[in-house]
Design a binder for this molecule. Structure first.
Ligand code: IPM
Ligand code: MG
Length: 371
């Protein structure tokens, strides 16, 4: 059997820095756990624009389609902000999501015990938090047409279209229900059925899929604005939240602060379950390219490292090794090691990106030794 293949697209800003530490973690699992991967690297986003004049070269797109999993860093930055819209770095990421048909984006928000004090929210509100936002990723207002900026009656008009088919809603709902079955069996669906027809259809279809196929799962519905409020007020009431592309984008950034820092949130973007094979999959930290701290060696690599953990779990059937990585991160944080984005402990200095990578490797060794 050949080794499974990983394509690393580090991208822009802090992407290459956090992916370098992730690469060391990947290599650790090869050396210490017999989980060797064939790793190749490619360009995406601004880095690809600079090299090839496009945010995602066709050859890179083909390599992503062929890989067993793609690990992405981050895309975008001020250098490319003034490019025409369809040439921006972000288009590279959106093309990957769309052409690989990665419709189910899992964004777990887990508050590690040691970080309960690192959020701006009260520790009792977020301590022990463990929820997953399942965001629809290949449709909705991100991709709907008509779109554009047109001139009407002497002034410009910006247009985007929210559009969902029943099939698109049903498949992401199934992904959320299936996930809930492996967890505490509760799904909350969020939309704006009070003002949007697409929200009315969303609610209907989610309910129908539930009634026909997942009646054992507890389903509730919430308007997305109220959901945002409830996520801050009492986030532990949720288990799995399923929502559309745009609401999912917003709610997952909000959920990031429930974990202490956006530097902690990993994600998995999955395609349809493949018969006898792996689903198409891309793993990436939820944080962006963070141009303000890029190149300084201070970014938190944990979201990228934990995204590789999600690859172990969802692409490679290595849930026990993913648990090991989670425990190693827990151990590092419990030991008081923090990058600058996390609340500092009295008398401790923040560590840089590489030192955090070192700490995770030491945490993995310690976890192995603890048996
Ligand atoms: C995310 C990001 C992306 C999005 C950007 C970089 C295109 O914010 O993954 O949440 O809006 O989906
Ligand atoms: Mg976002």
């Amino acid at each position: 059997m050949p080794n499974p293949s990983l394509l690393i697209l580090a991208g822009d800003g802090i992407g290459p820095e956090v992916m370098a530490e992730t690469r060391r973690v990947i290599d650790w699992f090869g050396a210490r756990r017999g989980l060797a991967f064939d790793v190749t690297e490619g360009l995406v986003g601004g880095a690809a624009i600079d090299a090839h004049g496009t945010p995602l070269a066709d050859a890179t797109m083909a390599a992503a389609q062929a890989a067993d999993a793609v690990l992405l860093g981050a895309v975008g930055g001020p250098k490319w902000d003034n490019l025409p819209f369809d040439q921006k770095p972000e288009r590279g990421l959106l093309r990957l999501r769309k052409e690989m048909d990665l419709f189910a984006n899992l964004r777990p928000a887990v508050c590690f015990a040691a970080l309960a004090g690192a959020s701006t929210l009260k520790p009792e509100v977020i301590g022990g938090l463990d929820i997953v936002i399942v965001r629809e990723l290949t449709s909705g207002i991100y991709f709907g047409s008509p779109r554009g900026i047109v001139t009407e009656g002497g002034q410009r008009v910006g247009i985007n279209t929210q559009r969902y088919t029943e099939g698109e809603i049903a498949r992401v709902a199934r992904a959320a229900f299936a996930l809930a079955r492996q967890r505490s069996g509760r799904v909350c669906s969020m939309e704006k059925a009070n003002v949007m027809e697409s929200g009315v259809l969303w609610r209907e279809v989610v309910q129908a899929v539930h009634d026909a196929e997942f009646a054992d799962v507890a389903l509730s519905h919430m308007y997305a604005d109220a959901g945002a409020m409830q996520l801050v007020r009492a986030p532990k009431q949720f288990d799995v939240i399923v929502t559309d592309n745009l609401f999912g984008d917003l709610l997952s950034d909000l959920a990031a602060m429930l974990t202490g820092s956006i530097g902690m949130l990993p994600s998995a973007s999955l395609g349809a379950p493949a018969a006898g094979g792996r689903p198409k999959a891309l793993y990436e930290p939820v944080h962006g390219s963070a141009p303000d701290i890029a190149g300084k060696g201070i970014a938190n690599p944990l979201a990228a490292i934990l995204s590789f953990g999600m690859a172990l779990r969802y692409s490679f059937g290595q849930g026990a090794e993913a648990d090991r990585l989670d425990r190693a991160v827990e151990r590092v944080l419990a030991g008081g090691i923090r990058t600058g984005d996390l609340l500092q402990l009295p008398g401790r200095k923040p560590v840089g990106t590489k030192a955090m990578g070192d700490a995770v490797l030491a945490g993995l060794e310690a976890d192995l030794a603890a048996g």
